[in-house]
Design a protein around this ligand. Structure first.
Ligand SMILES: Cc1cc2nc3c(=O)[nH]c(=O)nc-3n(C[C@H](O)[C@H](O)[C@H](O)COP(=O)(O)OP(=O)(O)OC[C@H]3O[C@@H](n4cnc5c(N)ncnc54)[C@H](O)[C@@H]3O)c2cc1C
Length: 326
């Protein structure tokens, strides 16, 4: 039986592995079969991860985290987890190739999938003008003309935030009313740099090495027109990857895994969760890494508390016996 199995290969999982490996828990990390490295594999420059003053590319950062985890003995398995059985003190993790791991603790760090527009150009231009994270990438659009796609609170927040950098921000929304709360809407309406394009869908993205514009389709008339842009921020939501634990772990109203207070402890003892799968708000590499560290430390404490108490040293017993003798 294993002390700890970690599912995921983003900043949360690798950091949990670094801590668990250095605590001699011999972690097994199931990294997935095709998407090793998590969301940061989709980006070029990461400029806000501490310790890299010149910035670092997403794939390079993930390679460094993996190397650090492996240096201390993490066993990396390039497979997908297809089922977990969290009932009882021994958790079972089943992989697509039929392998099964029994483990005393499990760290669940499967991240959250950003919803995509579903256009063929989207993946190729990811990190080259297409972004899902204003906090991460807004800085690269100083003085530029950009668009935010979406009509909820996140879209309004991102659009308003992006006006700190961009010259002009269009909000592209497929309806003529927003889902966002009134206060977020008003803030965006009051911002002179923001213009709303109602009843509009993005039907195509232009550019080969960088975004140069989009084709907009009117959702009422079907008419199409082009709009020149330097960047597109997609803010149409995200889906925490929780399907394996539905019916087993408690979830929050946001669909993330519920954890106790600031810890990584879930509704089942011995199961810890970290990173974007527990985080409806911050969703940053560094916050994911921090919660991965917490998960490994929580797992370590849980294992230590389960260990049978060590017998009293013989000398101490003898001394105590001598003292209590009349
Ligand atoms: C384009 C883009 C740019 C970004 N730029 C920045 C930035 O500059 N700075 C910043 O701080 N943040 C940035 N972010 C956000 C950052 O990427 C995330 O906050 C962070 O990656 C979350 O880490 P995580 O470990 O929770 O999950 P993820 O990085 O999402 O990793 C989860 C991993 O779990 C794996 N997994 C899921 N299910 C299974 C399964 N069943 N079996 C095995 N493996 C599984 C997935 O394949 C994935 O590899 C960006 C995000 C995007 C999309």
């Amino acid at each position: 039986m294993h002390d700890i199995v970690i599912i995921g290969s983003g900043p949360a999982a690798w950091t949990a592995a670094i801590y668990a490996a250095r605590a001699a828990l011999h972690p097994v990390l199931v990294a997935s079969s095709v998407e090793v490295g998590g969301e940061l594999m989709n980006t070029t420059e990461v400029e806000n991860y501490p310790g890299f003053p010149e910035g670092i590319t997403g794939p390079e950062l993930m390679a460094k985290l993996q190397a650090q985890a492996e240096r201390f003995g993490t066993e990396v398995v390039y497979e997908d987890v297809v089922a977990v059985d969290l009932d009882g003190p021994v958790k079972r993790v089943s992989l697509a190739d039929g392998t099964e791991y029994d483990t005393a603790t499990l760290v669940y760090a499967t991240g959250s999938a950003y919803r995509k527009l579903g256009l063929p150009e989207e993946q190729a231009l990811s990190g080259r003008g297409i972004s899902w994270c204003a906090t991460c990438d807004g800085f690269f659009f100083r003085g530029k003309t950009i668009a935010v796609v979406g009509g909820g609170d996140s879209a309004m927040e991102e659009a308003t935030f992006l006006t700190r950098f961009a010259e002009k921000v269009y909000v592209i929304h497929r309806r003529e009313t927003l889902r966002a709360s009134k206060i977020m809407q008003q803030r965006a309406f009051d911002n002179e740099k923001i213009d709303f394009l109602w009843n509009a869908d993005v039907a195509g993205i232009h550019g080969t090495t960088a975004v140069t514009g989009v084709t907009l389709r009117d959702t009422v008339t079907g008419a199409e027109r082009d709009l020149e842009l330097d960047g597109v921020f997609v803010a149409i939501g995200h889906d925490p990857r929780t399907h394996l634990v539905h019916g087993q772990l408690e979830l929050t109203v946001d669909g993330t895994i519920a954890v106790k207070g600031r810890s990584s402890g879930t509704s089942i003892e011995g199961v810890f969760a970290a990173g974007d799968v527990v985080d409806p708000h911050y969703r940053q590499a560094v916050t994911a890494a921090g919660s991965g560290a917490a998960a490994a430390l929580d797992a370590e404490s849980y294992l230590a508390a389960r260990e049978p108490a060590a017998p009293e040293p013989a000398v101490a017993v003898a001394a105590a016996t001598t003292r209590s003798t009349p």
